[in-house]
Write a protein that binds this ligand. Structure first.
Ligand SMILES: C[S@@+](CC[C@H](N)C(=O)[O-])C[C@H]1O[C@@H](n2cnc3c(N)ncnc32)[C@H](O)[C@@H]1O
Length: 231
C-alpha cells in the first residue's frame, strides 16, 4: 500500500481517541513542547499562520489560546482528524478566526506567500518526501516568515537514547494500543522514526528546501527537536 494512503487510514482509525492517547503517553508533557514551539514561531498579532498536518488541532488551538487575534489555517489529509478539530473548535474556540482544510501538505492548495508563519507538529516522519514538503511550505510562506517543526528525534546521549527507545518502541505500542484503540497504529508510529533523519539531517533538509538561518533546540532529554527556518 502507498505510504500516504496507509498513513491516512491509520490516523482515521485512531482519530476519535488520538488526543486522550497523546496526553496519557506523554503524561501531558507534550503541552510544554507545543508551547515552546508556538513561542519559537513568535507570530505577530493578527498574522496568518498555517498549521501543517494539523490533525485534531492541538497546535492550532494552542496558537489562538496564546493570541486570539491570529488567523490560523489547519491543513490535514485525514477527514476524521479534521472532524475532531471542528468539534473542538465549536467547544473551545468559537470566536477564533480558524479554518480547517482537507489537503496534502505536499501540494498545498494555497497561493504563494499566503502565510506569515507555519508550524508542524509530530508529522514530518509521516510525509513521503521531506524536502518536497519543506519546499511547498516555503512557497506558501512570505519571504522572511518562519517555519517551526516539532518532532521526535534521536537523543545524542546514549543512555537517554536507550531509555527513550525503550519507551518509544515498547511502551508506546502497548499503552497506545490500549488507550488509542489500535495496536497496529501504535506499532507504526515508533517505527516511523527509524528512517527519519536525525536533528542535523533535518536541518540539512531545511537548507535544501531553501530555508535560511536554520537552527534547532532540543527538549525531552534530547529526544524532542524544534527546528526553525526562515523562508
Ligand atoms: C501524529 S499526527 C499530528 C497531528 C498534530 N499536528 C499534533 O501535533 O497533534 C500526524 C497528522 O499528519 C497528517 N498527515 C500525514 N501526512 C500528511 C500529508 N501528506 N498531508 C496532510 N496531512 C498529513 C495525518 O493525517 C495526521 O493527522
Amino acid at each position: 500500500m502507498q505510504k500516504s494512503v496507509f498513513v491516512r487510514e491509520m490516523f482515521a482509525e485512531i482519530a476519535p481517541r488520538y488526543d486522550r492517547a497523546n496526553r496519557v503517553l506523554t503524561a501531558g508533557v507534550d503541552e510544554r513542547w507545543r508551547g515552546r514551539a508556538i513561542r519559537e514561531l513568535a507570530a505577530a498579532p493578527g498574522s496568518r499562520i498555517l498549521d501543517l498536518c494539523c490533525g485534531t488541532g492541538d497546535l492550532t488551538f494552542g496558537l489562538v489560546r496564546r493570541d486570539p487575534t491570529l488567523q490560523v489555517t489547519g491543513i490535514d489529509f485525514c477527514a476524521p482528524m479534521l472532524d475532531a478539530a471542528h468539534a473542538r473548535a465549536k467547544k473551545v474556540a468559537s470566536g477564533a478566526d480558524l479554518r480547517f482544510v482537507e489537503g496534502d501538505v505536499m501540494a498545498l492548495p494555497f497561493e504563494d506567500a499566503s502565510f506569515d508563519g507555519a508550524i508542524m507538529g509530530f508529522s514530518m516522519r509521516n510525509v513521503v518526501d521531506i524536502v518536497a514538503t519543506l519546499r511547498e511550505a516555503r512557497r506558501a510562506l512570505r519571504p522572511g516568515a518562519r517555519l517551526v517543526n516539532l518532532d521526535v528525534t534521536r537523543a545524542p546521549n546514549p543512555l537517554f537514547r536507550r531509555a527513550f527507545e525503550l519507551y518509544f518502541y515498547r511502551i508506546v505500542p502497548l499503552v497506545g494500543g490500549i488507550v488509542g484503540g489500535s495496536k497496529s497504529a501504535y506499532r507504526y508510529l515508533p517505527s516511523s522514526l527509524v528512517n527519519f533523519p536525525d536533528a542535523d539531517g533535518l536541518s540539512e533538509r531545511f537548507g535544501l528546501a531553501g530555508f535560511k538561518d536554520v537552527r534547532y533546540l532540543r527538549m525531552g532529554v534530547g529526544a524532542i527537536a524544534i527546528h526553525v527556518g526562515v523562508a
